[in-house]
Design a protein around this ligand. Structure first.
Ligand code: ATP
Ligand code: MG
Length: 305
């Protein structure tokens, strides 16, 4: 089994939302599509699931071009914006959808109960969707995506807005699903992605800019050891200038100035520069670069849209 894209492009007027994107996903390895707001993640999933037709390029199943109608049968979708029927109970929604897929009443009820169990919603089985919390609704949506037991599932930010307990539950579920299905998720939570994804595709402005396992990405964009300086939020500019003056690549966010050490040396020069700047340094922390550092290195710190 494999779900892929070959040179898919989607335009909205003059905007190229996704440009000539290639990807391939197979069971056994969760693929995470990562990118800033507006990068084209949802548009990509829409094309992979047959919701939107690409302007050019093809979506493939088993390496062959697949039509949107076929994709809609093959790919279960958990959309970014929760879609449920507010006045139906959890079990009613899942049963309703299962019946649409042709299951008899008993089989549909059985499947609904198993799915609600899997997403931790058994206690809310008979509660109307309008009475659920945001996190519960998202978990209900994941159950709905699995109703037809499709060979592929795409989940658009499945962990957005979930508490740590629900995240663990969903992360385990995603891992389980991936043993037998093609699973693609989107996210911009780097810490979460490091835990859930086996492969990562980084998108920016609709273009794939990096692809690999988390380890491969860290090695490919070898950023060197990283030093975080904590200071007062209004002093970061002065500290940033001092650290850059000592020859380090550096950026500032909030009350942190993050600098990169080339080849592991230069820490003492940085500390001296920070000391000499007269800016109060509240904390110094050296660490290996994270996936978030790689992501920000590739996509920049500017806000999108
Ligand atoms: N139906 C549409 N009509 C016009 N422009 C659209 C439409 N859908 C998406 N876009 C634009 O296409 C680009 C990609 O949007 P998309 O929703 O795929 O991004 P995303 O990576 O999912 O972002 P987010 O992280 O905010 O969910 C954005 O610039 C968006 O404004
Ligand atoms: Mg999106």
């Amino acid at each position: 089994m494999s779900l892929g894209a070959e040179g898919v492009t989607k335009r909205f007027g003059d905007l190229v939302a996704v440009g000539a994107l290639d990807l391939e996903a197979r069971p056994g390895a969760v693929l995470a599509v990562l990118g800033p707001n507006g990068a084209g993640k949802t548009t990509t999933l829409d094309m992979l699931s047959g919701t939107t037709r690409p302007d050019s390029g093809v979506v493939t199943w088993e390496g062959r071009a697949a039509r949107p109608g076929e994709l809609r049968r093959l790919v279960g979708v958990c959309p970014q914006t929760v879609q449920t029927w507010p006045r139906l109970t959890c079990v009613e929604q899942v049963v309703f959808l299962a019946r649409l897929y042709g299951l008899g009443r008993a089989a549909a009820t059985d499947r609904a109960d198993r799915l609600l169990d899997r997403v931790g919603l058994r206690p809310k089985r008979d509660a109307q969707a309008r009475t659920l919390s945001g996190g519960m609704l998202r978990r209900l949506n994941i159950a709905l995506a699995l109703v037809s037991d499709p060979p592929a599932v795409v989940l658009d930010e499945p962990e957005a807005g979930l508490d740590p307990q629900s995240r663990v539950l969903i992360r385990d579920l995603i891992g389980e699903l991936a043993t037998g299905k093609v699973v693609i998720v989107t996210s911009h939570d780097l810490a979460e992605v490091e835990r859930v994804a086996d492969r990562i595709l980084i998108l920016d402005h609709g273009v794939g800019i990096a692809d690999g396992t988390p380890r491969e990405l860290l090695e490919k964009f070898d950023l060197g050891r990283t030093v975080d300086f904590g200071t007062d939020p209004d002093k970061t500019d002065a500290l940033l200038a001092a650290v850059r003056g000592a020859g380090a690549a550096a950026t500032a966010t909030g009350d942190l100035v993050t600098a990169r050490l080339a080849d592991g040396n230069g820490l003492s020069a940085l500390l001296v520069a920070a000391e000499n700047s007269g800016v109060p340094v509240r904390a110094v922390h050296t660490r290996e670069p994270s996936l978030e550092d790689v992501f920000l290195h590739l996509t920049g710190r500017g806000l999108r849209e």
